[in-house]
Every structure is written in structure tokens, then in C-alpha cells.
Ligand binder design. Structure first.
Ligand SMILES: [Zn+2]
Length: 336
């Protein structure tokens, strides 16, 4: 009898152990950033993205892990021209003593952005969420030349930095996705650009940080540029409202949801942001987050279907909503 009890106890202990192990595995299974095998097809796709040089997030591909994700091998930690300050989540590398105050402001601002990212993107990646407890590095370059050089060194190759005020450099490898760092142009702190410029640029780039760490690179998920730039622009918090006939006409004529929006007037940013605003206004903020959540691992068609299951012409609904808001604005102006 005593032996029976012993056996029951061992069996029960085993079942409890198996259940706990299973639960931990289940919870961790979809933990981001994903670990995956990078196929040749994905490598080729990312290379083409970088060669096109349109988006402000160069992605380098490393064939093999394991890869050291810790901040020990950061460019800012190994090159002694950088000063640094850090807190629990961020490490800001800055050039020259007069950048120290800016670095303090950036740490404060970055922490303020975290709750907004959770609301909009569904997630923020703390060091405990990523491999080797990596803190997000933010580089404050002191000159235009240093801005270009820092981005290219982080990327490890020639890169196109033209006309950008910030860039986010990512690495995709079989050990997972990592962000090498966000680099900010010194002009974002210049008063001639307005005091809010650094805040907007930081919000924009931190939005890219979450989007890319959330993305499943085990397959080609070739979103049009407006999908990624539109949400980053929208997240800058005061994206311009489209309420003039010319912009609406432009969207109606040239912005096809399944394609890249025209680059010549940066419509992937302003028109892309307008689409996300339309989703938030017409479906709600939760649905907008659902849409993003679907985009992390599905193509645009699937993601659109997840929030507009019955609609055959989402584009039409979008432009109609813009026409309506233009008419309301006109009526308000006439009344005044
Ligand atoms: Zn961007």
C-alpha cells in the first residue's frame, strides 16, 4: 500500500511538472523577437529592400547565430568618441559634451513614449523581452558627416541616409531580430526646426523599433512602404489632417492600397498616416491594433480582411471619409 501511495505521488508530481513545463513552453512559443531560419528568399528580399534605399530602416542580414545581443559590442561602447548615459531600458550614446543635455532629454522622452507604443502597437520591448537583455541604443550624432558615418557603420555597408532626420538600423539573423540602434540627426535639436522636432523623430523611430521586432522574418512579408512609414508618421502624434481637395484627389487617383504610394511627394508618409487615422476613426483604436498585429505576420490583404471582413472596397470608404471631413470643415468655416 505504501508503495502504491509512493507511486501515485511520483505520478502526480510528474503530471504537475509536465503541465508546468507545457505552460511555460506555450507562453514562450510566440515570444518576440522570433527565432527562425532565414531562407534564401527572405535574404534576397531584404537585400532588394536595402538596395532600393527608400525606407529609413536599413536591415542587415546575418546568416548565422548565435549572435551577441548585449550592449557590450555596441559601436557606442567600443568607439571612445561616444559618451553615454543609460537607464533600465535605454542607452544614449552622444558625441561631444554639449550633447549631454540632449541625451538626458532623450532618455526622459523615450520613457514617456513607452505607454503610447503599448496602446498603438500592442507592445514595447523591454530589455527583459529581448535576447541578452539588450537596451535600445540611441545615437546622437554631432554633425551631418557623423550621422551618415554612424548609420553606415551600424549597418556595416554603404547606405542611403539622404534627407532623413533619424534612422533605425536592424539586424535579422537566425537568432532573432535586433535593433543596432536609432540614430538621430543633430538638426532635430535645432530650434529653427521647432522644439518638437526631436520628439517627433524619436516617436517615429521607436515606432519602427517595435514594428520590426514584432515582425516575423521567417517568411517574405513584403509590405508596401506606406504600411510601415504610415504608422510611424501617424504615431508622431500630430500628423496633418487631410482636408483639402487636392490631397484627396491625389489619394483617390494614385494611392492604391496594395501598392507603394508615390514617393515623389512622400505620400507613403502623409497618405499612409491618413489611412491609419481612417482605421482608428472608423473601426476604433483596438481594431487598429488588431490590424497591426496581423501585419506583423501576414500580408496586407489578410490584415485588411481581419478588420474589414465584409468590405470589398476599403479604399473607397477611406476617400469618402476624407471627403466628409473636408465638407464638415468647410461648413464650420462658413458658419464662423
Ligand atoms: Zn520611417
Amino acid at each position: 500500500m505504501r508503495n502504491d501511495n509512493k507511486f501515485t505521488f511520483i505520478a502526480l508530481a510528474f503530471v504537475v511538472f509536465a503541465l508546468i513545463t507545457g505552460f511555460i513552453y506555450y507562453k514562450g512559443r510566440n515570444r518576440h523577437p522570433f527565432r527562425y531560419y532565414i531562407t534564401d528568399e527572405v535574404q534576397q528580399w531584404l537585400k532588394e529592400q536595402n538596395d532600393a534605399g527608400i525606407i529609413d530602416t536599413p536591415i542587415k542580414v546575418q546568416d548565422h547565430g548565435p549572435y551577441d545581443f548585449s550592449n557590450k559590442s555596441d559601436l557606442g561602447a567600443t568607439d571612445d568618441k561616444w559618451g553615454s548615459i543609460s537607464d533600465d531600458c535605454f542607452i544614449v550614446y552622444y558625441e561631444g559634451n554639449n550633447m549631454e543635455n540632449n541625451a538626458k532629454n532623450i532618455i526622459q522622452e523615450a520613457n514617456r513614449i513607452i505607454p503610447d507604443l503599448k496602446t498603438t502597437m500592442g507592445k514595447f520591448y523591454y530589455p527583459s523581452d529581448v535576447l541578452d537583455n539588450r537596451k535600445l541604443p540611441i545615437y546622437l550624432a554631432a554633425s551631418n558627416e557623423s550621422y551618415d558615418a554612424t548609420i553606415c557603420r551600424l549597418f556595416g555597408d554603404k547606405c542611403n541616409t539622404a534627407n532623413t532626420s533619424g534612422m533605425t538600423v536592424c539586424t535579422v539573423s537566425s537568432a532573432g531580430t535586433s535593433v543596432e540602434g536609432i540614430v538621430l540627426h543633430p538638426d532635430v535639436f535645432s530650434y529653427s526646426y521647432g522644439q518638437e522636432r526631436y520628439r517627433k523623430t524619436l516617436r517615429h523611430e521607436m515606432n519602427h523599433y517595435v514594428f520590426y521586432l514584432s515582425s516575423d522574418f521567417s517568411k517574405v512579408n513584403d509590405h508596401p512602404d506606406w504600411v510601415i512609414e504610415g504608422i510611424a508618421k501617424y504615431f508622431e502624434a500630430d500628423a496633418p489632417q487631410i482636408s483639402d481637395a487636392d490631397s484627396i484627389k491625389f489619394i483617390s487617383k494614385y494611392c492604391k492600397l496594395d501598392k507603394d504610394f508615390p514617393e515623389n511627394n512622400q505620400s507613403q508618409y502623409w497618405a499612409g498616416a491618413s489611412f491609419y487615422k481612417f482605421v482608428a476613426d472608423s473601426c476604433g483604436i483596438n481594431e487598429q491594433r488588431e490590424f497591426l498585429n496581423s501585419l506583423y505576420s501576414n500580408n496586407l490583404e489578410v490584415a485588411l480582411h481581419s478588420i474589414f471582413p465584409d468590405s470589398v472596397d476599403v479604399k473607397n470608404k477611406w476617400t469618402q471619409s476624407l471627403v466628409q471631413s473636408m465638407e464638415q470643415k468647410t461648413m464650420l468655416t462658413e458658419e464662423q
